[in-house]
Design a protein around this ligand. Structure first.
Ligand code: 5GP
Length: 206
């Protein structure tokens, strides 16, 4: 007998609903939305990923990412430490540390993962009861403008990201919800509502 207590799978499924996965195409602004949420909604537990990418100026180890060497990342993969991991933009590896996410869920925290599409698919396999939210650009032109406007990557890298973005846009139907990133605060508030939290009252200047 695999399950002596008949309701274990239901309970596990219910717990998974505390987990929300935010994914979407390159340069749609996932990072901006999750940064806004980190700064504005301390009640959301935002997962800190491990990555083999070099830190950018202003990024802090343990806050934005856990920066790892290739060897350290290999070891974490071998140990089964990742809930999901992927090579993003054909370059660096990024992964979600399983234990920290499971602990946060067990504590009843509202957990948010901001990851790429490949990672979102892996989480769907592992935790089908989680919420999957697709962050969409207001338009393709706007997305290109954002990608080029960021200016931190080489033209080759930008081209690579655009190719990835086209493929990723086609994945929208795989998700439970779509949030359009027309305005960071509005999109973040919509996401927080989808997570079952009450968005903070916004001061109106109009
Ligand atoms: P960046 O290098 O600009 O911080 O992030 C690049 C991409 O990596 C973003 O699309 C982001 O969503 C994705 N990413 C960040 N952390 C993870 C992770 O833990 N797993 C996966 N699969 N993708 C991630």
């Amino acid at each position: 007998m695999e399950h002596i207590e008949g309701h274990e799978p239901d309970r596990a499924r219910a717990k998974e609903s505390w987990l929300t996965v935010l994914a979407g195409p390159t340069a749609v602004g996932k990072g901006t939305v999750s940064t806004y949420i980190r700064d504005t909604y301390p009640e959301v537990w935002l997962s800190v990923s491990a990555t083999t990418r070099e830190p950018r100026p202003g990024e802090t180890d343990g806050v934005h990412y856990f920066f790892k060497t290739a060897e350290e990342f290999d070891r974490l993969v071998t140990e089964g430490a990742f809930l999901e991991w992927a090579v993003v933009h054909g370059k660096n590896r990024y992964g979600t540390l399983r234990s920290s996410v499971e602990e946060a869920i067990a504590e009843g925290r509202r957990v948010l993962l901001e990851i790429d599409l490949q990672g979102a698919r892996q989480v769907k396999e592992a935790m089908p009861g989680a919420r999957f939210v697709f962050l969409a650009p207001p338009s393709w032109e706007e997305m290109v403008r954002r990608l080029v406007g960021r200016g931190t990557e080489s033209p080759e890298e930008q081209q690579r990201r655009l190719e990835t973005a086209k493929i990723e846009l086609a994945a929208e139907p795989e998700f439970d919800f779509t949030v359009v990133n027309d305005d960071v605060r509005r999109a973040a508030d919509e996401l927080v509502s989808l997570m079952g939290l009450t968005p903070h009252a916004r001061q109106s200047t109009r």
